[in-house]
Design a protein. Structure first.
Length: 233
């Protein structure tokens, strides 16, 4: 089945965070840290762990991404819009296994825009990029509201050994603010494509892990591999 909104084809394990109080307040700030993964044994695939914020209709996604490109790890900011289809990426930069990676997204209410900040915080590798994304308007002229957050591992590879041997990525010290107030997200976990044992776990209110099995012999195969909407920079 081809999906026309998020969660999208190609999403493996993911966690969804929503306002525990309900309502339609937008996310005004979110941040997270994680450690860049190891080089995979089999390098010939493109995929990424990432987090982002999404509009209430699941059609607009603002996401700091951290892909393995097939030859190296990178970080950059990405925006994907389903209707009309639009994708844009910031400039990218190489990062290295073990590097401390940071991402944040901040709402600029006065200008109805979000600022993405993505950084490698490691001494000797320090680099950052800022990207501003305007909030899309509805047909009636009102602005959409980014009400939810996703933490995702995306892209189906043909073989499980194409994924990093870490078998876990941990997003830590997650802070999420709705309407200017810091809250403990209501987390749920799921997957779209069930491959290589990918699963997301809400360890606590500020920690999301995604695990997999790079040694699994139950390979997806070439016919099953598909990219979703994650796009190389």
């Amino acid at each position: 089945v081809s999906r026309g909104q998020d969660p999208a084809n190609g999403w493996l394990g993911y966690a969804l965070g929503v306002d525990p109080d309900g309502g339609s307040d937008p996310i005004t700030f979110i941040e997270a840290w994680w450690t860049n993964l190891k080089r995979p044994e089999n390098t010939n695939c493109f995929y990424s762990p990432w987090f982002g914020i999404e509009t209430s209709d699941n059609l607009n996604l603002v996401q700091p991404v951290n892909p393995w490109t097939g030859s190296q790890w990178e970080i950059y900011n990405e925006y994907f819009q389903w209707k009309p289809t639009h994708n844009e990426n910031s400039r990218s930069h190489v990062v290295y296994p073990g590097d401390l990676i940071y991402g944040s997204v901040t709402f600029d209410k006065a200008n109805q825009a979000y600022n993405m900040y993505h950084a490698d915080l490691t001494e000797g590798h320090k680099w950052s990029v800022n990207t501003t994304i305007a909030v899309q308007q509805n047909n009636d002229g009102t602005y959409k509201s980014y009400t939810m957050t996703y933490f995702v591992f995306e892209k189906v590879c043909s073989r499980c050994d194409m994924y990093p041997p870490d078998n876990i990525v941990t997003f830590s010290n997650i802070s999420v603010y709705w309407g200017g107030a810091k809250k403990s997200p209501k987390w749920t976990t799921a997957y779209v494509d069930n491959v290589c044992d990918f699963r997301a776990h809400a360890a606590d209110e500020s920690t999301i892990t995604i695990t997999w099995n790079s040694q699994s012999e139950t390979h997806p195969g070439d016919a099953y591999a598909r990219p979703g909407h994650l796009t190389p920079a």
